[in-house]
Design a binder for this molecule. Structure first.
Ligand code: MN
Length: 343
């Protein structure tokens, strides 16, 4: 990424106000190295100090004061798509793979309280599920209910949720360095959980190291979404976002993960921009992910590496489009609610 581009992106990102809804994207404007000084101060005068720019171009960039004419309008998709996955004030990810980060005690974040007015990544993805996926999901539900009955299917869903919860809890303990789970202990009490651990343990032991975050709440301050990331750690030589999943049948293609790559990508964007994460915990941009699928029969887990190129372009763009779609749906719902109240 060249300087010219970074600067431009810096302005675009900083033109957003942390405390305001996404409408502030409208204020995105280009500021280049060639921008006359007068123009810089014109822009600066409308912002409050936040982050230093490189280049000595301006010593502080400031938040936009609300422009009343645009305040209630959502930005266009085109404007939203200008937002980068990366934080221009952080290095990497390229070229930093080999740099050492000192080990830390991994951070976890309390799950509550969370800002309820900020939607979670899962909520956004669920609400904007593509028609084709929705269709497949409905078909699958129908066939399952036919096979198991309504009560049987409800139990099946509860069991699926429970095995996911159990594996995530077990992994959290393991990743926080609190020792290996042992057979007979509560954490490996059921056959399913023992099998899931058997399926995933080699990957966790051999590939994951220098854990930075575990089950941590992350928030994208300007795009207004949040989520709980399973893990941020080195996977072999690269700092990545890791997501764990459980499955019954082998997941042989990345398509079989449905929206999971978008979820991981959304977490990358949030982590890169979440100022509550100290730089000794994460010192660089993260733009790749790893999805690890553990199987209930204990067979070797499948690992999907979501490459930087795909994450920063394809997946990030898709995620932003979904987020944009969600904001519009919400906007419409709000209007409907108001209309109902009035009538
Ligand atoms: Mn997970």
């Amino acid at each position: 990424m060249n300087t010219f581009r970074s600067t431009e992106r810096t302005i675009t990102l900083l033109a957003l106000n942390k405390t305001k809804p996404r409408s502030n994207y409208v204020a995105s404007r280009k500021l280049t190295n060639k921008t006359p000084k007068a123009h810089v101060s014109y822009i600066s005068s409308r912002y409050t100090p936040r982050i230093k720019l490189y280049n000595g171009l301006a010593s502080s960039i400031q938040d936009r004061a609300p422009l009343s004419s645009t305040e209630n309008k959502l930005p266009t998709l085109q404007q939203t798509l200008q937002v980068s996955l990366l934080n221009p004030n952080k290095p990497g990810p390229a070229g930093l793979e080999q740099l050492v980060m000192p080990p830390i005690v991994p951070l976890t974040a309390p799950r509550f309280p969370t800002k309820q007015d900020i939607p979670s990544v899962t909520k956004v993805l669920q609400a904007t599920m593509p028609a084709a996926s929705k269709f497949l999901l409905e078909k699958w539900k129908e066939s399952m209910i036919k096979k198991l009955g309504a009560a049987g299917f409800a139990k099946y869903q509860a069991d699926t949720f429970e095995r996911g919860r159990a594996l995530h809890a077990l992994l959290a303990t393991q990743l926080l360095g609190k020792g290996e789970p042992t057979a007979g202990k509560a954490e490996l009490s059921t056959e399913v959980v023992s099998n899931l651990w058997k399926s995933i343990q080699n990957v966790v032991r051999d590939k994951i190291s220098n854990v930075r975050l575990v089950e941590h709440i992350v928030t994208h301050p300007t795009m207004n979404y949040r989520g709980i990331v399973d893990c941020v750690a080195f996977y072999e030589n690269e700092l990545v976002v890791i997501d764990f999943k459980t499955a019954e049948k082998p997941k042989k293609t990345v398509e079989s993960l449905f929206d999971n790559p978008l979820q991981v990508t959304a977490y990358c964007g949030a982590i890169n921009n979440d100022s509550s994460i100290p730089s000794h915990v994460i010192d660089r941009n993260i733009s790749s992910g790893v999805v690890i699928v553990a199987y209930i029969d204990g067979s070797e887990a499948t690992t999907y590496h979501l490459e930087c190129e795909k994450v920063s372009h394809n997946y990030w763009k898709q995620w932003i489009e979904r987020l944009d779609q969600y904001s519009r749906m919400e906007e419409l719902n709000k209007k409907k609610t108001i209309t109902v109240k009035k009538s």
